[in-house]
Write a protein that binds this ligand. Structure first.
Ligand SMILES: Nc1nc2c(ncn2[C@@H]2O[C@H](COP(=O)(O)OP(=O)(O)OP(=O)(O)O)[C@@H](O)[C@H]2O)c(=O)[nH]1
Ligand SMILES: [Mg+2]
Length: 199
């Protein structure tokens, strides 16, 4: 009897170890100018909520969400815990604190499609991130798409592409209000991080 209990315990422990091993944690940062919708994008993804109220972030707040990703051979299903760092907004008087970016596998850089200066600043945010994480992955989010029209959207996307920058893996027109492309964006990042494209 005792022998069977040991066998059962052994099986359980092995499964548990495998589960823990596949539950890798990866740090992702969200950066951009003040008020572009960084916190709203994360809250939509993690909490499935949106609020019209604007509460400007101070310092950093950390969110976590486990997502399923494909393993290297695309047969096994792994999970990865995204540890998402919501950083306070920056402007010309207040720069991103570089230490917040350390150890990040990826960054989502957010601009507000209705405030052109926030789109112009995306290039600066890319440079700051790469100066700290030269092999990190970058996704650009053109946010608040629900507040603009289709014609404007295509102009913005054409004018603010960072295709020449090889660490930029995708651009997404997003809306934290409607949820447009938000799951796709985080899932793509998680998959690319796990498939070892970083580094
Ligand atoms: N219509 C619309 N409003 C949005 C969207 N995303 C954010 N907002 C609004 O924009 C305001 C700022 O959003 P936040 O998510 O707080 O922006 P933030 O980038 O975190 O701001 P800081 O923390 O100050 O840098 C809030 O009033 C949000 O409700 C969006 O996709 N569509
Ligand atoms: Mg915020």
């Amino acid at each position: 009897m005792v022998k069977y209990i040991y066998i059962l315990l052994g099986i359980y422990t092995c499964n548990e170890i495998l589960r823990i091993m596949s539950n890798i944690a990866k740090k992702i940062c969200i950066v951009g100018d003040f008020g572009v919708g960084k916190t709203s994008l994360i809250r939509r993804f993690v909490e499935r909520q949106f609020s019209d109220r604007y509460l400007s972030s101070v310092g950093v707040k950390i969110y976590r969400k486990v997502v399923e990703v494909n393993g290297k051979n695309h047969q096994e299903e792994l999970t990865v815990q995204l540890v998402i760092w919501d950083l306070e907004g920056s402007n010309k008087f207040k720069k991103i604190t570089p230490t917040y970016l350390q150890g990040a596998s990826a960054v989502i850089i957010v601009g507000d499609v209705n405030r052109q200066e926030t789109l112009v600043h995306i290039a600066e945010h890319i440079n700051i991130f790469l100066s700290i994480n030269p092999t990190g992955l970058i996704v650009v989010a053109f946010n608040k798409m629900d507040l603009t029209d289709e014609e404007k959207v295509s102009i913005i996307i054409n004018n603010y592409q960072y295709q020449e920058q090889e660490r930029v893996i995708a651009h997404y027109p997003t809306s934290a209000k409607t949820g447009l492309y938000i799951d796709e964006m985080f899932e793509k990042l998680a998959n690319r991080i796990i498939s070892g494209v970083e580094g």
